[in-house]
Structures are given as C-alpha cells and as structure tokens.
Ligand binder design. Sequence first.
Ligand SMILES: O=C(O)CCC(=O)C(=O)O
Ligand SMILES: [Fe+2]
Length: 330
Amino acid sequence: MAFPVIDISRIDDPEAQLDIALKITEASRTWGFLLLKNHPIPNEDVDAMFQLGRDFFNLPPAGKDSWPINDKYMGYNAPLSDRRKDDKASMWLAGKPGQLQNSLDALPPFWHAHIDEVEAFKHACHALVVKLLVCFALAMELPDRNFFAKAHGEAEGDGNQLRILSYPARGNAPADKITRMSPHSDSGSVTLLFQTCAGLEVESPSGEWMPAPHLDDHILVNLGDALAFWSGGRLRATKHRVTFGTVPHDVERISMAYFGAASHDTVLQPLKQEEGGEAQVLRDYNANGVVIQPGVTVGEYLKVIMNNIYGNGAMHQLVVETPKAHGIAV
Ligand SMILES: O=C(O)CCC(=O)C(=O)O
Ligand SMILES: [Fe+2]
C-alpha cells in the first residue's frame, strides 16, 4: 500500500470536496499519516518560520535556557530533556491567539519581536486543521459536518501548539542508547508536520518502521490519540520516531509541528457505531502508556501526557472521577 499523497487544491470546491474528504479519511484510517499536496499555506511563510527557528537555536545558551517549557506549553526544551533522553531541542509557542503576547516573560527575548509572525502562521495552520476536521465528518456522514470542527474554536484553543524542533549536528557518532525522538503517537487531534529534510519514521499499516517520504512543499499530516479515540477508531493515531539511523548525525535537522487540539473542556466519548464509530468498542485504548477512558476531557488527558514527558520521570495515569456523558461540551 503506497504512502498516501493527496492533492487538496480543490478542498473548498463543493464539487471536489467529498472526493478529497474520502481520500483523506481513508488514508487516516489505514496509515494515520498522509502528505498534503497543493495546500493553502504559502511556502515562503513556512520557510520564514524555519529561518526563525534556525536563528533561535543558534543562539548561545543564555538566550534560551532560562525559559524552559512551562505548564502552558510555552518555552524552550533543551537537548536530552524531552523524555529525559531525546537528543533534540525544541521551542514551544502554544495557546490561543493573544496568549504569546500576554506571556512574554515565559518566552526567550528572541521571540518578542516575532509574535505577530508566529500568530499569523498558527492562524493559517489552524484554518487548515479545521478544513481537515470537516473532511472527516463529511466522509463519516455525520449529520453535522462541523461535528469535530466546532470543538476546535481557535479562540478556545489552549491546546493548539506550534513546536519548532532542532536535531543538532553532532560531531561524533552517538552512543546506541541515545534517541532523537522516541517512538510515540501525538495526543491531540491533527498534527501538521513541516520538514526541511527526511528523517521521520512511521509505523506502516503492517506494523514495520519505514521512512516517511519527504516531498518539498508538502505537509505531512498525522492524527492524535484524542481524535482517534473520539472517532471510535475510525481514524488512527500512528506511532512515529526519529533515530540517529535516519538523520545524518553531522547536519542539523529542523522540523516544525502544529498540534491542533480540541478545546480543553471537550469530553471524549467514542462515536457509537450508528454515529460512524467502529463496531469494536474502544476498551483500554492505551496511548503512550496512558489508558484513555470515556468521559475524560481533552484538557485532563493532555495534562497527563505532558507531565509524563516533561515531569520528574514518574508515569501518571488518568483518573476520571465523574465521566461526562456527552460527545462535546462546548
Ligand atoms: O521532527 C519530526 O519530524 C517529528 C516531530 C514529532 O513527532 C513531534 O513533535 O511530535
Ligand atoms: Fe509526534
């Protein structure tokens, strides 16, 4: 089965939309990964963000280290701090519009002059995520084509995160045990991944690690566990990783992920079969070592996941005291 590459140039054209929605949804069900061709985000804007990332990561430690990632997913994460072992750095620029401007103390000074550019880029990413969410609802024949999209209001988007990543060049061949990006699935709804070169490996539908193809000017899309669970298993959150085997150790690799998540008060109840869910009920849906339970909110779930990655090394599980009953609480 070939890795899906889908042309979305006519995604807003009513005559082409359903066909595109069916292709995107089928790729999301089988692979959980796809490449978007002819997407609406201008390549110059993507390149400009990459350049900001490069300039930032090139700063001396004094320009970065005093602003570690905080509980609002803003700030810097230095090499070997992510999962306490991954050899990459990243900068998190999260939250709804206005949050960056209101949180300048949490951001390295480098970013203060670039807030508007970052916000505009996040806004464009969000608009594309919403288009994809509409496609899923259309292809699943849900009564409301905005079923997923309406839980992703940009103004409520505390969990929307832009993350710029740097896999620094290393002079020596690394020791075996050091990873670049440990195997994981993403946690929210839809991730847009922008890459300057190949390097990502994904779990294929038959369960083997394989390199994700890299095509210039395409966006790699993958899905998070919250949406996969909520869809009743119709959409797949696929594991992926970056290793020293796939990225040459002596050149820096820059990538950028926009994580689109539903608002924190969205309640995750898997779609029933008559609503488009799979017959198999999603019991014990285990994602990155955390069991997602029906009735949990997106905010509760994302918090546990982030604590497990950035916390003191202890693994937390979700405790849902009073599961909420409805599909969406917005
Ligand atoms: O750097 C990449 O290509 C992957 C990044 C990623 O998987 C993530 O940030 O969740
Ligand atoms: Fe990821």
